[in-house]
Design a protein around this ligand. Sequence first.
Ligand SMILES: *Cc1c(COP(=O)(O)O)cnc(C)c1O
Length: 362
Amino acid sequence: MSQPLEPGRFFLPGPTEVRPDVLAAQAGPMIGHRGKAIQELMASIDEGLKPVFQTMRPVIISTSSATGLMEAAVRNGVLDGMVLSLVNGAFSDRFAEIARMCGCDVDVWDVEWGTAHSPDELAERLANAHYDAVTLSQSETSTGALQDLEAIAGVMNQFQETLLLVDSVTGIGGVETLTDEWGIDFILTGSQKALALPPGLAFGVANDAMLDRAAKAPGRGWYFDLDRLHSQLLEHQTPATPAISLLFALDFQLKRIGAETMDARWKRHLEMQHRTLDWAREMKERGVAVDIFAQEGHRSPTVTCLSTERSREVVFEVFSRGWVIGGGYGRLKDSTIRIGHMGDHTIDELEGLLSVLTEVMA
Ligand SMILES: *Cc1c(COP(=O)(O)O)cnc(C)c1O
């Protein structure tokens, strides 16, 4: 095993760095998963999660990685109709694949990786065909592209029969996302991205339309039955044993996030993004062969993907200096690197990383 990194140096776009005090919070003694102690814990967690999602609704907690709730989205949100999957990278492609593997008929709307989908064109497509649901990834972690979720949700609200299912795994907690105000039917995230927790929990918010659909969906199964998860949650309970240690860390982290405030957290992510993009432009001006992968105007505050033919070498050289960034994902594996400027990272930590990257790339 290699030496552990110094704090503040782990910039993978998931899992992200977890602060030592958050890690330590997991070490509390066990409590039963039926009883007063867990109900108090769940109530405290619910209070902390609501502002994160900008919702007044209960936030569903699943002991699974985020992909579990992507599958739940499809199993609960689709009856027997078609699904329209907006695909612009590896994770939105996974969402389409999940829908297919759950037996849905899926129309894939592919656009070039690194770009985003046009809300106007979505309105046209919805006017010309009937869909039970639309799937998308708000922040495409494989390319650093950001969908205009507010505009897309605005379009979707004109088509009441079609539910919007949002993978916001690198959105929620880092990207301003107003679940209730924008009228999103179902939105989900995982613990190990912008919330800077260990992996193993997923969170989601379902509106009434989604819960009505869930109560009728024949293929929703048991473990990921949103109707069941939601009604248990109203009593601050979970249907099965939750990952109790992770809940301790979650409660602790939500108090830290509450103290920071969501406004400050979103702003800090934008600052880290802008600093990273400015740095990449500077490198390019100095003649370094590097490009920002995602289309201008559609770039995520949480992750930046950069094209470079030296991807493997850069990741290795950065690592040998005691820092971690991500290589490319999926078909971009050898042609890009990714910087996860999200979670609890600070501008100072990012400056440290960028100076190492300058040394390696310039
Ligand atoms: C990480 C990620 C996922 C998958 O999450 P898991 O927790 O690994 O299941 C899905 N979508 C996006 C956009 C991601 O970044």
